[in-house]
Unconditional design. Structure first.
Length: 285
């Protein structure tokens, strides 16, 4: 319940109760008017008090119209009106939200997308918000809908998906510029969901999969190249040092372990074969 409604209800109840007490205390059961008049008077006074006393909360402002013409903007606190002559309009000054329902928009490259969001705004000028637009919440909602379609139509699908922050900022800036005349300020607009057609989703998924496969192939090829370079450097080192090959053979044999299932075939080094060949030739000569 609004603070003003609570105070108005209390004043009405107190005035009516006072009329009933007066009727019971001073009324004559033989004279019905002596009972009815105090009660009716209490009801009338209660209605006048309830209509004339209003409480404006800290988070709102009250626009006072006197005989239909703007009179003043009432600040928070207890405020008094002239019954029948004055009429109040309460305006919310806190940050408000308006949900943007799901709608379809066409991107610059003719791709239909469905998106929704929420607008965060507040009233800066209570007089303009109350008098210059019929329903400022509905006006902000409609303006945001139209602006989203316009901004999305100037972007491609890739830009829409990769620069959502820029899209939200541009929409908020355009809506804020249009709503300044209504006394409003748009803090931000957030897009909560953005859907594309199922066929396009499948194509995007295949494209992403192809990109991952391409990166994996490039990484594997780079690894093979580095391994080949390392092997070439090792071969060059072994060729420059005759004992390096023999040391490598001994290391390989030692790494096989004592398992009986391993069969090791050792080839004689070329130097030993050359010595044996020279010995045989001298013996035959």
């Amino acid at each position: 319940m609004r603070p003003s409604s609570a105070v108005s209800t209390l004043l009405f109840v107190l005035a009516t109760a006072s009329g009933i007490v007066l009727a019971l205390a001073f009324g004559n059961p033989r004279d019905p008017l002596s009972i009815v008049l105090p009660i009716a008077g209490g009801v009338l006074v209660g209605w006048l008090l309830a209509a004339s006393v209003k409480v404006v909360a800290e988070w709102e402002r009250m626009i006072v119209l006197r005989l239909g013409r703007f009179q003043r903007v009432a600040e928070p606190g207890i405020r008094f009106l002239i019954p029948v002559v004055d009429s109040p309009i309460f305006v919310e000054m806190r940050v408000q939200t308006v949900d943007i329902e799901r709608q379809q928009a066409i991107t610059q490259d003719n791709v239909p997308v469905i998106l929704n969001g929420v607008v965060f705004f507040k009233v800066r000028d209570a007089q303009s918000a109350a008098l210059k637009v019929e329903n400022y919440r509905r006006a902000v909602y409609r303006m945001a809908q139209a602006t989203i379609r316009d901004v999305v139509g100037r972007l491609s699908l890739d830009e829409l998906l990769s620069h959502q922050d820029r899209l939200e900022a541009e929409i908020a800036r355009n809506v804020d510029a249009a709503s300044v005349a209504w006394g409003l300020h748009v803090d931000m607009i957030k897009l909560e969901d953005l859907d594309v057609p199922e066929e396009l989703k499948k194509m995007m998924s295949r494209q992403a999969s192809s990109e991952r496969e391409k990166r994996a192939t490039i990484i594997k090829a780079e690894g093979d190249r580095q391994a080949a370079n390392a092997l070439a450097e090792a071969a060059a080192t072994m060729a420059a040092s005759p004992g390096a090959m023999q040391l490598r053979v001994l290391q390989s044999v030692d790494g096989l372990g004592p398992s009986a299932s391993n069969t090791v075939v050792l080839a004689l080094p070329m130097e030993v074969l050359d010595v044996m060949r020279s010995y045989v030739q001298r013996s035959n000569g």
